[in-house]
Design a binder for this molecule. Structure first.
Ligand SMILES: Cc1cc2nc3c(=O)[nH]c(=O)nc-3n(C[C@H](O)[C@H](O)[C@H](O)COP(=O)(O)OP(=O)(O)OC[C@H]3O[C@@H](n4cnc5c(N)ncnc54)[C@H](O)[C@@H]3O)c2cc1C
Length: 397
C-alpha cells in the first residue's frame, strides 16, 4: 500500500505503545493497512504502572491468550474493610480473576502487532499532531511524518497535555514483601478521611508479595500509603507514582482525523479506575474502524467505533459515575453505617457474590444500594444523589 502513496508515510500512526495503542495497531495491521506505533519510552511495558488485575473473560474478549509466565496469581474473592473496621467478604471464585504481569502482557501484544505487520519505534515521543484535513502531520523525534489518521493512545499524558485534570487522582503504588496478605483475596480499605473518593488496595501476587496502592481526592498518596504500610510492616521493594482516572469518558473520541482511545479518552471504570478491558476494547474498536476508513476512503466509518464503545459501556459508566458522586459525599460515619449494614446481611453478601461481574459493577452496586436499610441510611445523608440513582436501581432489578 505504501508504494502507491506519494506524500503519506503511513496510513495510520498510533501515539503510545501500551496496551490500547498496541491492540489498535494489531487490528489495523491485520487488515493490511500500514501502521506505525510511536512510543515515548525506550522499552515496551516499562515503566509498569498498572497492577494487572483483569478477568480471564476480558482477556479473551481482547483476543489475548495469556501465557502461564504472564499470570502472577489467581483471585477468588474480595475483602472490603469499612472505616469502622468491619469486613465484607465477597466470593469471586466464579469470576476468573487474574493478576497478570502488565509489562509482559504489553510485550506479548506488541509481538502480535508486529507479526501482523505493524512497525514500532520506541524512544520516539510524539511532540505535536496537526490535522491538515487531508492528512495528519505528526512531529516526533524522527522528524515530521504524515499519515491519514492519528490514534492518540498516549494515556493520561495526553489528558495532562490537554489540561484535562478533572476526575484524575494521583496514586501511589508499592510492591511489598510482607506477611499480611491473603494469597487469593484482593482487599480494599475504605476511609473517606484518608483516601477521599477512593480506597487503599492490596493485590497479592503470592503469600509474601503484593501490589499495594492508595489514591484519593487531593491527598498526598505517598504519605497515606507510607502510614498504611508502616502500621502493617514489611519491606517496600518498589515505589511508583501514577495517575488513575475515574471521571468517565471524554465527550468526543473522534475529532476529524485524530481519534482517541484508552486512558487518553478516559475509558477507565469510574468505580476502580481499571482500564485494561474497557480501554482495550476501545483500542480494538478504534483500530477496526480506522482500518475500515482507510480501506473504504470514508472517514465517516470512524463513528462506528464511538457508537459501539458507548453501546457496550455507556450506561454502565453513567451508573457508576452517579454512584461515585454519592460515595464522594459520604462522611466516614455514614460510609461505615452502609458498609457495616452490608457486612451484617448474609442475603446482601450472597447477592453481591451472585451478581458480581468483574467488568460491570453497576448491577451489584445498585442491588446493594437498593436494600432497604441502606436506602434509609442514604436518604438521611444524600437525598439528592439518591433520587438520581433510583431510576438506575429500578432498571437494573
Ligand atoms: C496504579 C495503577 C494501577 C492500575 N491497575 C489496574 C488494574 O489492576 N487493572 C486494570 O484493568 N487497570 C488498571 N489500571 C488502569 C490501566 O493501567 C490503564 O487503564 C491502561 O494501562 C490504559 O492503557 P493505555 O494504553 O490507554 O494507556 P497507558 O497504559 O497509560 O499507556 C500510554 C502509553 O503512551 C506513551 N506515551 C505517553 N506520552 C507519549 C508521547 N508523547 N509520545 C509517545 N508515547 C507516549 C506512554 O509511555 C505509554 O506507553 C491501573 C492504573 C494505575 C495508574
Amino acid at each position: 500500500m505504501k508504494g502507491i502513496r506519494t506524500n503519506i508515510d503511513y496510513d495510520v500512526i498510533v501515539g503510545g505503545g501500551s496496551i490500547v495503542g498496541l491492540l489498535a495497531a494489531r487490528q489495523i495491521a491485520a487488515a493490511g493497512v500500514s501502521v506505525l506505533v510511536l512510543e515515548d519510552h525506550p522499552e515496551i511495558g516499562i515503566p509498569e504502572k498498572c497492577d494487572g488485575l483483569v478477568g480471564s473473560s476480558a482477556l479473551e474478549a481482547l483476543g489475548i491468550m495469556p501465557k502461564l509466565s504472564i499470570i502472577q496469581n489467581y483471585i477468588n474473592g474480595a475483602i472490603l474493610h469499612s472505616p469502622s473496621g468491619k469486613v465484607i467478604e465477597i466470593d469471586a471464585s466464579n469470576m476468573g480473576i487474574l493478576v497478570v504481569d502488565r509489562s509482559k502482557l504489553d510485550l506479548d501484544v506488541a509481538q502480535a502487532a508486529v507479526r501482523n505487520g505493524a512497525e514500532i519505534r520506541t524512544a520516539n515521543p510524539v511532540e505535536q499532531v496537526q490535522d491538515t484535513h487531508s492528512m495528519v502531520r505528526v512531529s516526533c523525534k524522527s522528524g515530521d511524518l504524515y499519515c491519514r489518521f492519528f490514534l492518540d493512545a498516549m494515556g493520561s499524558n495526553s489528558l495532562m497535555v490537554r489540561g484535562q485534570k478533572e476526575g484524575i487522582f494521583q496514586a501511589a503504588k508499592y510492591v511489598i514483601a510482607g506477611d499480611w496478605f491473603q494469597k487469593d483475596r484482593v482487599e480494599l480499605f475504605f476511609d473517606n478521611n484518608q483516601t477521599p473518593g477512593f480506597f487503599t488496595w492490596i493485590i497479592p501476587t503470592s503469600e509474601r508479595t503484593a501490589k499495594v496502592g492508595a489514591a484519593g481526592k487531593g491527598i498526598n498518596s505517598f504519605r497515606t500509603l507510607d502510614r498504611f504500610v508502616h502500621e502493617k510492616g514489611g519491606s517496600i521493594l518498589k515505589r511508583v507514582a501514577a495517575p488513575i482516572i475515574v471521571g468517565g469518558p471524554i465527550k468526543n473520541f473522534i475529532n476529524g482525523r485524530i481519534i482517541k482511545a484508552g486512558d487518553a479518552a478516559r475509558q477507565t471504570k469510574p468505580s476502580t479506575a481499571g482500564g485494561i478491558y474497557s480501554g482495550g476494547i476501545g483500542g480494538i474498536l478504534a483500530g477496526d474502524s480506522i482500518a475500515k476508513a482507510v480501506r473504504t476512503g470514508n472517514p465517516r466509518t470512524l463513528e462506528e467505533y464511538e457508537k459501539k464503545w458507548r453501546r457496550i459501556f455507556g450506561r454502565e459508566f453513567s451508573s457508576t459515575l452517579r454512584a461515585r458522586a454519592v460515595f464522594e459525599t459520604l462522611r466516614n460515619k455514614h460510609l461505615s453505617r452502609i458498609l457495616d449494614e452490608l457486612a451484617s446481611s448474609q442475603n446482601t453478601l450472597n447477592l453481591l457474590s451472585s451478581h458480581g461481574d468483574f467488568d460491570f459493577h453497576s448491577a451489584a452496586l445498585l442491588k446493594a444500594i437498593g436494600t432497604g436499610t441502606v436506602i434509609k441510611i442514604l436518604k438521611t445523608v444524600a437525598a439528592a444523589e439518591l433520587s438520581r440513582l433510583r431510576p438506575f436501581a429500578r432498571s437494573q432489578s
